[in-house]
Design a protein around this ligand. Structure first.
Ligand code: ATP
Length: 300
């Protein structure tokens, strides 16, 4: 009863009201801060249906510094590298080195604090945002398979894709024999309540989906899940084949995916510490040699 009376007093007393008003003000300020944060994001133009397609593009990072917020630690501490036009470039390095952040910055989901990022030789701030993003195919780590048919899973980002284009994308991702095995071919429900696809197949469906948007640069964040030897070999073949037609930038968690890359960029603690081919890096870079040794690619 005493507690109840005290509570009543608190509610009606000027001090209680003041505390309540301050709490409301704090909530209001927090909302304003969130609105400001959102307002600082680059303006998103309405989707204008900019079609993909066009010649492959390269990317350069020049002395890029970035943190996810003023109170957050620095993620990129002067990152400089070049992804040449065409072929396959791989980003490797320990967890937290800043590899995925590279993708977020290239796509302009975040703005660097300083430095310049250029795509096709042009500062990305000078690109119309929808045109910039249309240039990329992005395959995220463990990309989702949606409830629906295999065809729907392939074409939801490229609704105008023709049967011929779908067949081409399936052939390039070594999925044509999967389609033959499925009871209703392309129109077989997959994923939730459908035929379950293996980890390797899921990854290749995600790549095929990205290819249907005709990317000028494929950003591939390799799935961390283990693949069996056959699927691992297939993924290597697919990436190598795609890299013959467009630029591929892959974040590799398994070095076996990247030993054949044209260029490997080794990141550590927000900086680029070395770059070169697998053979060059095994010779020249201790960290790379260590990563390779732990994955049994060279004798330690
Ligand atoms: P991994 O191989 O584990 O994916 P990574 O090299 O890709 O690591 P990033 O994902 O780029 O590294 O992360 C770099 C640092 O930034 C990490 O310390 C991470 O915790 C932090 N970070 C990543 N994304 C965000 C975010 N959205 N907000 C705040 N911090 C983030």
């Amino acid at each position: 009863l005493i507690a109840f009376l005290l509570y009543l007093f608190y509610l009606v007393s000027p001090i209680g009201q003041l505390v309540q008003s301050l709490t409301q003000m704090q909530n209001g300020l927090a909302a304003v801060t969130r609105i400001e944060e959102i307002a600082q994001l680059p303006a998103e133009p309405p989707v204008s249906g900019v079609a993909g397609g066009g010649a492959p593009v390269g990317v350069t990072f020049t002395d890029v510094r970035f943190r996810y917020g003023d109170d957050r630690p620095v993620v990129h501490d002067g990152v400089t590298f070049e992804v040449p036009v065409g072929g396959m470039t791989a980003l490797v390095g320990p967890s937290g080195a800043g590899k995925s952040t590279v993708f977020g910055l290239v796509e302009r989901f975040y703005e660097p604090d300083s430095g310049v990022i250029a795509v096709d030789g042009r500062d990305i701030r000078d690109w119309p945002l929808d045109e910039l993003r249309a240039a990329f195919g992005y395959v995220e780590q463990d990309a989702p398979i949606l409830a629906g048919t295999l065809r729907e899973n392939l074409t939801f980002a490229a609704p105008g894709a023709t049967d011929e284009e779908i067949a081409h994308a399936l052939a390039r991702t070594r999925l044509d024999d999967l389609v033959e095995r499925l009871p209703q071919g392309l129109d077989t429900p997959v994923g939730h309540r459908g035929v379950l696809l293996s980890g390797g197949e899921r990854q290749r469906v995600a790549i095929a989906r990205a290819l249907l948007r005709k990317p000028r640069l494929l950003l591939l964040d390799e799935a961390t899940s283990q693949l069996d030897a056959v699927n691992e070999l297939r993924l290597r073949e697919v990436v190598a084949e795609v890299a013959r037609e467009t630029t591929v930038l892959v974040i590799a968690h398994r070095l076996s995916t990247v030993t054949g890359a044209d260029r490997i960029i080794v990141m550590e603690a927000g900086r680029v510490r070395a770059s070169g081919t697998h053979e060059e890096l095994v010779e020249a870079d201790d960290l790379y040699r260590e990563l390779a040794a732990t994955q049994f690619l060279v004798a330690s």
